[in-house]
Write a protein that binds this ligand. Structure first.
Ligand code: HEC
Ligand code: HEC
Length: 237
């Protein structure tokens, strides 16, 4: 009787330890995949890191301001949202939505790719909920994504390209590498009008390119002033 009990206890401990180790393995895999095109199996070259910081951006910013919110304390939010501002029921749904919109094999005639593998969703979610990324265990919803109107045509001609080059290095070059090696096309001699560049940035009626659409920047990530300057710079590239 006593033996049976301790044997049961020992197997319980082994099962629990196995569970904890498996979770740790998921955290490690999720962290590795966050920045790596190869490890994440990204078919588009886009990784989470192109759009989200996986560190406390307020405290230790790097040289980039990305289109998506930082993933610091994202693990236990009251609410989640997709790139178009629509509500999502869980962290797993948010990860799945991003994977399918930007990273999985493209489907012809659609901006949504093939279904995301479940193990990857689980691994990314484990990383985002880990102590390292979500120490607070509870957090408010991020500032809502909403459609932003473009400034007037006259305003669009008023940006300063010199100031815009700084914005370009901070918010565009992470994807638009000049030699064309990034996940987005080089913008050298792009031939776009100021209005068209502005529409890409704010995500207005963007039909994308080869099944992928540039993620929108809201005013919280890129102000109108910064946008006018970067438009002036990109227009003359
Ligand atoms: C091309 C850009 C892009 C890529 C790549 C991308 N995301 Fe997102 N993601 C967004 C945008 C835009 C949103 C909308 C809300 C926001 O700004 O965070 C979002 C939302 C989310 C949210 C919900 C945030 C919240 O607070 O509601 C999570 C979680 C998330 N992404 C995780 C990921 C993970 C994990 C990956 C990689 C597997 C990834 N994303 C890849 C752009 C991207
Ligand atoms: C997270 C990656 C990412 C970031 C950051 C990003 N873009 Fe893009 N951009 C894309 C992708 C992908 C495309 C191609 C799909 C499309 O046209 O929507 C694109 C397309 C464009 C185009 C059209 C280019 C063409 O040849 O069709 C312009 C112009 C543009 N982006 C401007 C910008 C500017 C300006 C910034 C910085 C404020 C920026 N982008 C930041 C991913 C990004």
């Amino acid at each position: 009787m006593k033996h049976g009990l301790s044997a049961a206890l020992i197997s319980l401990v082994i099962v629990l330890a196995g569970f904890v180790l498996a979770q740790d393995a998921d955290v490690v895999a999720g962290k590795r995949q966050f920045r790596s095109r190869e490890d994440s199996g990204s078919a588009t070259g886009m990784t989470c890191w192109h759009c989200h910081a996986d560190f406390n951006e307020k405290k230790t910013p790097d040289q980039y301001v990305r289109p998506g919110h930082p993933m610091f304390n994202v693990g236990f939010r009251a609410k989640y949202q997709a790139w178009d501002g629509s509500g999502l029921s869980s962290l797993e749904m948010a990860v799945k939505t991003c994977l399918e919109r930007w990273m999985t094999e493209r489907r012809a005639g659609s901006l949504t790719g093939e279904e995301a593998p479940r193990h990857r969703i689980r691994q990314f979610a484990a990383y985002l909920r880990s102590e390292e990324l979500s120490p607070e265990r509870k957090s408010k919803a991020a500032e809502p994504m909403r459609a932003e109107a473009l400034p007037s045509d006259r305003m669009l001609t008023l940006g300063d390209p010199a100031l815009g080059s700084t914005v370009f290095r901070r918010s565009c070059v992470i994807c638009h590498i000049n030699d064309g090696s990034g996940p987005a096309p080089s913008l050298i001699k792009n031939g776009y009008s100021r209005y068209q560049i502005g529409k890409k940035i704010r995500g207005i009626k963007n039909t994308g390119l080869r099944g992928i659409a540039m993620p929108p920047f809201t005013k919280g990530r890129l102000s109108d002033r910064e946008m006018l300057n970067v438009i002036a710079y990109v227009y003359q590239m």
